[in-house]
Design a protein around this ligand. Structure first.
Ligand SMILES: [Zn+2]
Length: 158
């Protein structure tokens, strides 16, 4: 019985651990404990922003957002992307060809064994945003494929 419990806990730890890689980095200006993040985020937001999960395609209302304005980080409200760099990618995720200067950090994501992707996150609080691909439009040729749940949108004042 004891042994069975031990094995079950070990398995649980092994399963949840890789996702917490980003959250243990305390080099960010804004840091929160896991409990603090869980208190301020929904389960889906926590899974995406703190465990690098990906929201289901075509689920974000921000896909269809076309007004001028600025997209902010849901984790710390830092301004990340100007709406003028948003484009219709057809992927089902909000897509941008460039971020605001200094707003994001990147790292290699080797979760897919056969393919290294560029992960991007908020430079201020480390919250996962999405991935950057090389098939975007000019002038950068980049496609920042983001999770809408990581973002809030502030329309420009008329
Ligand atoms: Zn942030």
């Amino acid at each position: 019985m004891l042994r069975r419990n031990f094995i079950a806990s070990a398995a649980a730890i092994a399963m949840t651990r890789p996702g917490f890689a980003a959250t243990t980095d305390d080099s960010f200006e804004v840091t929160r404990t896991e409990a603090e993040w869980r208190a301020m985020l929904t389960d889906t937001e926590f899974a995406v922003m703190r465990e690098e999960e990906t929201e289901r395609a075509f689920t974000s209302p921000l896909n269809d957002e076309t007004r001028p304005g600025v997209f902010h980080c849901k984790g710390c409200d830092q301004a990340l992307y100007d709406a003028s760099t948003k484009f219709k990618s057809g992927t089902g995720w909000p897509s941008f060809y460039d971020n605001l200067p200094g707003a994001i950090g990147t790292k290699e994501d080797r979760k897919l064994l056969f393919y290294v992707r560029t992960e991007c996150h908020c430079s201020r609080c480390g919250s996962h945003l999405g991935h950057i691909f090389d098939d975007g439009p000019e002038p950068t040729g980049k496609r920042h494929c983001l999770n809408g749940v990581s973002l809030t949108f502030t329309p420009e004042m008329a």
